[in-house]
Design a protein around this ligand. Sequence first.
Ligand SMILES: Nc1ncnc2c1ncn2[C@@H]1O[C@H](COP(=O)(O)OP(=O)(O)O)[C@@H](O)[C@H]1O
Ligand SMILES: [Mg+2]
Length: 369
Amino acid sequence: MQWESIATGCRDDYEIHIDAARTIKRPRNIGLSSDLLAQGRWLRTLWRCWPDGVAQHFPKVHRLPTRSDNSLVLETVTGKNARLEILNGRLSAFETVAPAIRFALAVLPKLESSNETEPARRWYSDRFMTRLKVAEALGVASPYVFKAETVELAGSQVRNWLFAQGEDLLGVIANLHVPRVGLLHGDLHLGNILIGGGNDEFHFVDPRGGFGNSLLGDVAYDVAKLLHEPHYVAVRSGLVRCRTKFKAGTWSLTPAGRHLRSVAYFRLAIFAIKSAAIACQLLSDDADLAARATFVAGLHFLALTDSRFLSGGQRMAFLYHGLLWTLLGERLLSRQADFAECMDTWQRLLLTERPTEPAHRGQALECRT
Ligand SMILES: Nc1ncnc2c1ncn2[C@@H]1O[C@H](COP(=O)(O)OP(=O)(O)O)[C@@H](O)[C@H]1O
Ligand SMILES: [Mg+2]
C-alpha cells in the first residue's frame, strides 16, 4: 500500500507549495479562506505569548492572507510526517512522537486556560449542526441519516440519534461536562506532526486556528483526534467499506474491512491507544476525559459527512464510526466509566474484530468493522 496520498489531511480546498524556506498555502477557489487566516493568527498569537525558557519551534508566519493575495506564507520547518513514518514502520520507537503528544496536551493548554467552558460546549453542537446542514444541503448525506428512527450498526439495532436533525445527540452534547478550556493545537492528528532529526525534535503544522471566536478549546477535542486516527486512515485508504440498506424503517450500516489484516493499521491503532492513555495520565484531574474523548472522536467522524471529496462509501463508513464511537462514548459517560473501562472500549473498537458489550452492560453491540 502506498500511504503517501493520505499522509496529510484530506482537504482539497487549497493547494500547498513547499520549498526549503517557505510553505505557501493557497485556496483553490477565489476568495479568502477563513481557515488559513485563523491558522496564521493562531501561530502569530503563539509567537507573541511564547514564554522564555520553553523550547519549542512553530512555523513563523511570513504573510497572512489578505483580500488581494489570499495565500498564507509560512516558514518551512523540517521533519518527517509522523503518520507516514508510523504507517511504514519506520518509526518503531513510540518514544519519538510521544514528547510531541505530551507537549500538545500538557504544555500548550497551560499557556492560556479558562474556566469559561460554556462556549466550548456550544461550539461542539454548532459545528456539528453546521456540518450536518451542509451535508444535507449538498445532498451528500444518505437520505436516511436524519429520517430513519432506528439504525442497525453491524447487526445491532439502536435508536438513531441523528433522527430529527440530531436531536438526541445534541441533548448529549448539552450535558457534556467540560471542566476547563485551554490553548490547543486543534487538529492533532499524526499527519500534522513532523518529527525532526533528534529524538526529542518535533514540529506541529496546520493548527486549527480557533474554536469560534476563541483560541481555547476542550482538550478532549485533541485527544479524540488521536483516537480517531486508525479508523480515519482505514476508511480513507479503502481498508474499510460500508454497505447501507434501508428496510422497514431501519437504516442498516454494515462495514467490511481488511484493516485488521494490515500491520500498518495495527501500528496506528496501538499508537492511538497509547497516546490517548498518556493524555489521560497527564490530565488525570479531568475525571471523564477518556469517556468524553471517546464521544468526541465519534463527533469527528460525523463531521466528515459533508466532505465532497470523499466517495459515498467512505462517507457512510465515517457515519458508521461516528455513530458507534458517539454511542459507546455516551455509554461510558453516563455510567462514569473509569479509565480502565474506557481503555477496554478503545481496544475493542480498534483492535478486535467483534468487540461486544459485556451482557451486564446492557444491549449487546457488535461492532465488527
Ligand atoms: N510549515 C511547514 N513546513 C514544512 N512542511 C509543512 C509545513 N506546513 C505543511 N507542511 C507539510 O505539508 C503537509 C500538509 O500541510 P497541512 O498544513 O497539514 O495541510 P492539510 O490541511 O492539507 O493537512 C503537512 O503534513 C506537512 O508534511
Ligand atoms: Mg494537515
